[in-house]
Design a protein around this ligand. Sequence first.
Ligand code: CP
Length: 321
Amino acid sequence: MKQFFSVADVDDLRGIVEEALRLKKDPFAFEDLGKRKTLGLVFLNPSLRTRLSTQKAAIQLGMDVMVMNMDKDGWALETRDGVAMDGKTVEHIREAAAVMGQYCDVLGIRSFPKLQDREEDYSEGLFKKFISFCGVPVVSLESATRHPLQSLTDLITIREHWQQDRKPKVVMAWGPHVKALPQAVPNSFSEWMCKAQMEGIVDFTIAYPQGYALSEAFTPGATVTNTLEDALQGADFVYVKNWSSYEDYGKIHPVSEKWMLDNGKLALTNQAKVMHCLPVRRDVELASEVLDGPNSLVIQEASNRVWAAQAVLKRMLEQLN
Ligand code: CP
């Protein structure tokens, strides 16, 4: 594996999930694979889970890890080509990425969208340039449009908590929020679930209020509804997430219906397990009674971030060695 940017970078969905679960059973089985190899983690935005779980995964594979908080500690990056850098930016991504590639065998980068210009965000210009200039394998730690380590984790978590013969009904449900959030997590979850649905692993439904449709590029084959209660009927997993409007890009529309999942709404499901990528705003996006209740998988899900990262890094190291 030379890059991990989207579900398209995985040719065996079931295989990588099983690989991650084997690593969970035996975390140090490949502790020499990454010996004398360095992982660089570059953050242009905050992180708790992605930072710590990816570091832990790399350490368990024997790698050394360097972390760069580019937003706080790095030079202000220029990403445009053909402009005289006579403003605030100090270093061009061409040099910055190439230099980091000299120090690291694998790089990870996180860069959120600005939510101002949809075409610019959805072109993934920064990521594409970083991948092209650094010269080493790159793992996305969340880009403008996708969060693949989170989505692989989510599929692992569903696989781990589903032992029945039939396919589970997985529902991604929009939840309220006070801020405009990117579409990266829901795009990515949908992209992975749509592929899992195509492979007969899940049945997938998305529920959101009017005005919150995701780009159709990320939802092929998904059942879509604007009524949360309809979606929740018979659900086995409910994945709660807020996102801002894709159509009216980056905006928050007023929503009159109650979309926050609470125990009353959860009762409509098939005793569904509840997932959220975290961080979550309690009693805004998701009710505390659900988060603290027996159906919540949010901590197990965060724990599985390690095994998703370890499976991806293992594949990258195998290709290097
Ligand atoms: N879910 C997730 O990516 O968490 P962090 O933003 O804390 O890394």
